[in-house]
Unconditional design. Sequence first.
Length: 120
Amino acid sequence: MAKILSVDDSQVIREMITTILTEQGHEVKTAKDGVEAFRMTAKEEFDLIFCDINMPNMNGISFVSRVRRLDKYANVPIIMLTTESQKEKKDQAKTMGATGWLLKPFTRERILNAISKFVA
């Protein structure tokens, strides 16, 4: 199964993602903002990352931009999981290296469908 990083300033969202994915046998690590997540990516390797956009300290778009500069994350899927729906935000995230986009609120099925496209 996959090793997945969930980055969100909401503890509830992090817990929901963890519950959904661990029930499917995935290993899930969490971070509360981009700074914490970036430290984790420097130390560990993840198969997929879910990332919020609006977070303190380092937002999701800045995080994606920084993590894409690490060779080991050049091709790791990064799915933005956010309440943002503006085309400009989507385009900016995609330009920085985001692979996909899911709007909150999400369902269990949408999360599982998203990861099924990127991990075995």
